[in-house]
Design a protein around this ligand. Structure first.
Ligand code: A3P
Length: 292
């Protein structure tokens, strides 16, 4: 099977064919946005489910104290993949949404500068490694033999989400058209409490110290991994399908795992492309856990 079996290219951007509804895609432009809607935007494998869990915990007390049974996937559903076929118009405000859309496919009404958007980004070598493992896991993604093969696919943008460089560049260069907070995965990892506070401040959500502690506790890698509302295990096994028994969304959750996977040559080649493509983008990246 070739990549077209897995990817659906729509207006120059690759979607996951298995989950996409073309009518929904075509109507995205005119999607009815409410001013209070909040969006999590990411390139795949950059911390989406983590941020879904953080926002679910911030906004819903019954998520925080576990008095409800709703997955974070349903608290902050994907805009372009309406996986559980929810009628979005019936959801009470403020609605949380997640999306991997590039800036130019975002619904027009989002460019009003009113809606709060949290864009989470991660160093792309770790994104690529995470994506490599994810491709081996999910039956809906094209399987891969080795890193070299995946690296080529990733650097050619022949993956869901298309080219990582285009995604981040697009959102960064058009940031003034949106009300967007850029968050770094690595900062969240290094100091989750400060990151939660920063997100709360952007969202103008005041939580008690105890509630913030609770958010932080329930959004750590360890706790999310064992939390069925947050770990997506059921979704992977029962709804999308897994190739192996042991793989999962919450794989490792670390900074710098790429060092265990890339050869020096592969890493240097990546660096050269990164430097060329990101020349005018002043965003800083953390590649190693010991880096400040
Ligand atoms: P790894 O594969 O490197 O472990 P996404 O949700 O965008 O698909 O991103 C998935 C990546 O985010 C996975 O990376 C996953 O482990 C990581 N992740 C999810 N929750 C996390 C958490 N609480 N802390 C750190 N990393 C987390």
């Amino acid at each position: 099977m070739d990549e077209d079996t897995y990817l659906l290219n729509f207006k120059g951007y690759n979607f996951l064919r298995a989950l996409i509804d073309i009518d929904q895609l075509e109507s995205l432009d005119d999607f009815e946005i409410r001013d209070e809607d909040i969006f999590i935007i990411t390139y795949p494998k950059s911390g989406t489910i983590w941020t879904q869990q953080i926002l679910s915990l911030i906004y819903y007390e019954d998520h925080r104290n576990r008095t409800s049974q709703m997955d974070s996937l349903d608290r902050a559903p994907f805009l372009e993949y309406n996986i559980r076929k929810v009628d979005f118009s019936k959801r009470p405000s403020p609605r949380l949404f997640s999306s991997h859309l590039p800036y130019y496919l975002a619904p027009n009404a989002l460019k009003n500068n009113k809606n709060k958007i949290i864009y989470v980004y991660r160093n792309p070598k770790d994104v690529m490694i995470s994506y490599f493992h994810f491709s081996k896991l999910l039956v809906a993604l094209e399987d891969v033999d080795n890193i070299e093969q995946f690296m080529k696919r990733f650097l050619d943008g022949k993956v869901v989400g298309s080219l990582w460089f285009d995604h981040i560049r697009g959102w960064y260069e058009h940031r003034h058209s949106f009300n967007v907070l850029f968050m770094r995965y690595e900062d969240m990892k290094k100091d989750l409490r400060s990151s939660v506070l920063k997100i709360c401040s952007f969202l103008e959500k005041e939580l008690s110290d105890e509630a913030v502690d609770d958010v932080v506790r329930k959004a750590t890698f360890r706790n999310m991994k064992s939390d069925p509302q947050a770990n997506y295990d059921k979704f992977v096994r029962e709804e999308v399908g897994a190739r192996t028994e042991d793989g999962c969304f919450l794989r490792k959750g670390t900074i710098g795992d790429w060092k265990r996977h890339l050869t020096v040559e592969q890493s240097e080649m990546f660096d050269r492309i990164f430097q060329r493509k990101m020349k005018e983008i002043p965003l800083k990246f953390i590649w190693d856990v010991n880096e400040e």
